[in-house]
Design a protein around this ligand. Structure first.
Ligand code: 13P
Length: 253
């Protein structure tokens, strides 16, 4: 399985800037192989990037969607609309949405359903806060988030999971390799309990302050199937340097 490099551009970049970054990343990765790349631009740039995208270029994802397919929901974007604008993937349950927009586990489950209804592949983000880690609740938090998100879901529905400890997002503090390995193992156990133990395995990405300096040591963790990168995905140079660290055969699980 190729490892995955995903860039979450969050609420950054206008259309022209997004196009320029996408083009640089696509050119930098062309012919390089080894990693499967996706980017999550702001919704305003999705359609333009889809138009510029060539075969083999990074795939596109949306950062959020409504639970509903259409209707009177001012300001919302349906998963179907994101799909039509060029998205193949979608972020669900990102901690910024859970924290800043009060998204509950129940809403996360509804958004996963919306993603599958629109034939998007969701990247389900899970992770504990610093207070939860200090109280040694990490395993329970991950179990709860995964169990509630996947309740009633088909084990064959396409899925990626991103482990993003909240305290490591945008802080420059990166989780230690042992902490990442342990959390990924717990996530794997939960996915197996949810019926996802069979081949192909559900890829589990790490996210939280990944940068060109720490990418190689994180990529050396056998349970890491890729990265979900925020800040360092906003410059082609740093994003491509992280791609380089992920390239090559992953260490055996
Ligand atoms: P940073 O890489 O900026 O810490 O953000 C991680 C993230 O939230 C990706 O979804």
């Amino acid at each position: 399985m190729k490892r995955i490099l995903a860039g979450n551009w969050k609420m950054n970049l206008g259309v022209a800037e997004a196009l320029a970054l996408f083009t640089s990343v696509a050119e930098g990765l062309r012919g390089a192989g080894g990693v499967s790349c996706l980017v999550f631009p702001p919704a305003t740039a999705l359609h333009a990037l889809a138009g510029a995208r060539g075969p083999g270029d990074p795939k596109l994802g949306a950062q959020n969607c409504s639970t509903e397919p259409k209707g009177a929901f001012t300001g919302e974007i349906a998963a179907e609309q994101a799909r039509e604008a060029g998205a193949e993937y979608i972020l669900v349950g990102h901690s910024e949405r859970r924290r800043l927009f009060c998204e509950s586990d129940a809403l996360v489950r509804q958004k996963l359903k919306a993603a599958w209804r629109a034939e998007l592949t969701p990247v389900l983000c899970v992770g504990e806060t610093l207070a939860e880690r200090e109280r040694r609740e990490t395993r329970d938090v991950l179990a709860r988030q995964i169990q509630r998100a996947l309740e009633g879901a088909s084990p064959r529905a396409p899925l990626r999971v991103a482990y993003e400890p909240v305290w490591a997002i945008g802080t420059g503090v990166v989780a230690a390799p042992a902490e990442v390995g342990e959390a990924h193992a717990w996530i794997s156990e939960e996915l197996t309990a949810a019926g996802r133990g069979d081949e192909p395995p559900t890829p589990i990405l790490y996210g939280g302050s990944v940068d060109p300096k720490n990418a190689a040591s994180l990529a050396a963790i056998p349970a890491v199937d890729g990265f979900l990168v925020g800040g360092a995905s906003l410059r082609a140079e740093s994003f491509l340097a992280i791609a380089e660290a992920l390239r090559g055969d992953p260490p055996a699980h």
